[in-house]
Design a binder for this molecule. Structure first.
Ligand SMILES: NC(=O)c1ccc[n+]([C@@H]2O[C@H](COP(=O)([O-])OP(=O)(O)OC[C@H]3O[C@@H](n4cnc5c(N)ncnc54)[C@H](O)[C@@H]3O)[C@@H](O)[C@H]2O)c1
Length: 331
C-alpha cells in the first residue's frame, strides 16, 4: 500500500463534514471542496463548518479548502464524493481536470436522476472509470453521531481490496470501525433501496400505523432487498450484515431520516410538491423508487413495498388505499 496518498472530500454538507473529520484523524492534510465561500471563510477563521455539524472543530493546518472542484480533484489520488445524488451530475459537469487514474469513492446514497444509475455505475459508464478504481463507503452511520464520536461502523467496498483497505485505514479511529467488502454493486444498491423502505416506514407512520406494523415493514423490506439485489448482481453475500440490514434499520427507524420524514408527510396527506417544499430538499428515495421500479420491470423480483411507494409517489394513488392492499401482501 503506497504511503503519502492524497485525499479530497467533495461536498460541504453533514456527511462530507463527518468524512473530513474522520480523515483528519489519520492524515496530515486533505483537500476539501465546498461551493459555499462564506462557509469556507468561516471554517478558516473559526475552525467549524457554520452550517453542518457545527460542533466539530477542525485543525485548519490540515485543510486545503477550495470552492473549485477542479483544484480538489487535481490535488488528490483518492476522491470521496459526499453530496446528495441529485446534485452530483451538476457538480461533475464543472470538471475540466481528468478523473483518469483517480480512485473514486462514493459516500452518496442514491440514484443520479439524469442517468438513473447508482453512483458507481454513473462514474463507470459516463466517465469511463474502471471498477477497480471505484468504491463505496456505506453505513450504518449517521453524520451526527460521528460528530459526537459515538462508536460507528462503516463498510468500505471496492473491486480492488487494497484500495478498500486504504480508505478503511484512513477513516478508522477509536470511534470508527471500518470493514471491507468486495460487494461494490450490492452495497450501493442496498444503500439506495433502504431509502425507499424508509419512505415506506414514514408513510405508514403518517397514516397512523404503529411500531408493530413498522417491524413488519422492516422484516419484509430486508427480504425484498435481498431478492432485488440478487437479481441485479448475484454473488455470495450475507444480507444480515451491517451494510445491508444495519443500514436499513438505522434509516427506517430514525426520526432524523429525511426519507422517513418525507414519507411521513405523504402519509399525512401532503402532496409530493408540498412535502418537498416543507423539507426544502428532495428525499433521495423519491428518485430511487422510480429507478428501482423501472429496473424491476426487467428483473421481475417480487417487490410489493417498492411497488406501493411508486404507486403513491408517481401514479398519484391514495396512500391509505395502497397501504391497505400492501398489508394483505406482507407477512
Ligand atoms: N448525513 C448522513 O449521516 C449521511 C450518512 C451516509 C450517507 N449520506 C449521504 O451523503 C450524501 C450527502 O448527504 P448530507 O447528509 O451530507 O446532505 P446535507 O443536506 O447535509 O448537505 C447538502 C450538501 O449539498 C450541497 N448542495 C445543496 N444544493 C446543491 C446544489 N444545487 N448543487 C450542488 N450541491 C448542493 C450543499 O452545499 C451541501 O454540501 C447523500 O447522498 C446522503 O445519502 C449521508
Amino acid at each position: 500500500m503506497a504511503d503519502n496518498l492524497k485525499f479530497a472530500v467533495i461536498g460541504g454538507g453533514s456527511w462530507a463534514t463527518a468524512i473530513a473529520k474522520m480523515l483528519c484523524v489519520n492524515l496530515p492534510e486533505i483537500s476539501w471542496y465546498m461551493r459555499n465561500d462564506a462557509a469556507i471563510e468561516h471554517i478558516k477563521t473559526h475552525k467549524h463548518n457554520p452550517n453542518y455539524l457545527s460542533s466539530v472543530e477542525f485543525d485548519n493546518k490540515k485543510l486545503k479548502l477550495t470552492n473549485d472542484i477542479n483544484e480538489a480533484v487535481a490535488y488528490a489520488d483518492y476522491i470521496i464524493f459526499a453530496i446528495p445524488s441529485a446534485f452530483l451530475n451538476g457538480e461533475l459537469e464543472k470538471l475540466t481536470v481528468s478523473l483518469k487514474d483517480k480512485v473514486i469513492f462514493s459516500a452518496i446514497k442514491g440514484i443520479v436522476p439524469e442517468t438513473s444509475l447508482i453512483v458507481g455505475e454513473h462514474f463507470h459508464y459516463k466517465y469511463d472509470i474502471p471498477y477497480y478504481n471505484i468504491g463505496v463507503i456505506t453505513g450504518p452511520c449517521h453524520a451526527e453521531e460521528v460528530a459526537l464520536e459515538r462508536l460507528s461502523y462503516l463498510t468500505i467496498a471496492c473491486g480492488d481490496p487494497d484500495k478498500a483497505c486504504t480508505v478503511a485505514k484512513n477513516l478508522s479511529s477509536n470511534y470508527i470501525k471500518a470493514k471491507i467488502s468486495d460487494d461494490i454493486i450490492g452495497t450501493e444498491y442496498a444503500a439506495m433501496l433502504k431509502n425507499i423502505y424508509s419512505i415506506a416506514a414514514g408513510i405508514a407512520h403518517g397514516l397512523g400505523y404503529g411500531d408493530n406494523f413498522q417491524s413488519v415493514i422492516m422484516s419484509n423490506a430486508i427480504r425484498e432487498m435481498k431478492k432485488f439485489i440478487k437479481k441485479v448482481h448475484k454473488m455470495k453475500r450475507n444480507i444480515n450484515d451491517s451494510a445491508y440490514l444495519g443500514d436499513l434499520l438505522v434509516t427506517g427507524y430514525s426520526v432524523f431520516s429525511r426519507n422517513r420524514m418525507f414519507g411521513n408527510m405523504i402519509g399525512k396527506g401532503y402532496t409530493v410538491q408540498a412535502a418537498q417544499m416543507e423539507m426544502s430538499m428532495v428525499a433521495e428515495g423519491y428518485y430511487a423508487v422510480k429507478s428501482a421500479y423501472k429496473l424491476n420491470q426487467g428483473y421481475g423480483a417480487k417487490t410489493p413495498i417498492i411497488d406501493a411507494v411508486y404507486a403513491i409517489l408517481y401514479e398519484g394513488k391514495e396512500a391509505k388505499a395502497v397501504f391497505k392492499k400492501l398489508t394483505e401482501e406482507l407477512d
